[in-house]
Design a protein around this ligand. Sequence first.
Ligand SMILES: [Fe+2]
Ligand SMILES: [Fe+2]
Length: 296
Amino acid sequence: MKFGQHEPAHHTLIHISDTHLLAGDRLLGGEYDTRANLRAMLDRIQRVEGASALVITGDLTELGEPDAYRALKDMVEPVAERMGIPIMWIAGNHDERPEMRRDLLGEDYSQKAIRHAFDLDGLRLIALDSTVPGWHHGRIDDEQLDWLRDKLNKPAPRGTILALHHPPLPSHVPMFDILELQNQTAFAEAIEGSDVRAILAGHLHYSMSGSFAGVPTFVAAASCYTMDVARPSRQINGMDAGQSFHLVHVYDDQVTSTVVPVAAADPAEFFTPAWYQRLEAMTPEERLDFFSRKRA
Ligand SMILES: [Fe+2]
Ligand SMILES: [Fe+2]
């Protein structure tokens, strides 16, 4: 149902990133309880209505430990099952391809890039592997670029969303561009003129948006800790605050990404189901008068 100019979104993706789980109950960097923080995020996510898929853009684990993948699976899969949505797992530089394949995805134990294409009622989701085994910077290898070009040759009915760990965007935080996606020109050439409608990424541990080869590009912050980018440039560090996930709404002619804080507070109860019902029963003129007119 619409009350404005736009038809409702036909797909809603939940986009989270950088869970950095460790085996056992170790704290990340001796400070961050990555499991408790992920649990708090999943509690919020469970309230989201009408989601189509859960996309997790990499750095799923800190060290690629088998037990960390199993713990992640045990935490996230029941939530997705209850919501009736598929999970799209993306590899990040902290992941290890063989363990991620075997212990999370149930695939063969190998260094092959983790790339997949999914059809979600006409919307194509493509997972790319931008990791370079043994390194933290990113690169999409030639085999994947060929595969991507081949896939994109045939447009999907509702277009394509790409997901990868390393964002193809500049980073304003000094030195962190050392860990960027290296072959961005080749990547841009591979998607130019295609039906790619948005790119989802992680890696930065802060929420950011930009445009790459004319395509809106959204970076979700991390569930483990976030970077305090308000500090002076050479003092930027992680903090156990500001965690958030994104809701990516896909419309016929537009893609938006909404940042949802994982706040400890519960909101007020002003807009109740009864309030919505009352508005729904009005004529468009009554609704505009009731909700839009300023009253002294
Ligand atoms: Fe990360
Ligand atoms: Fe990363």
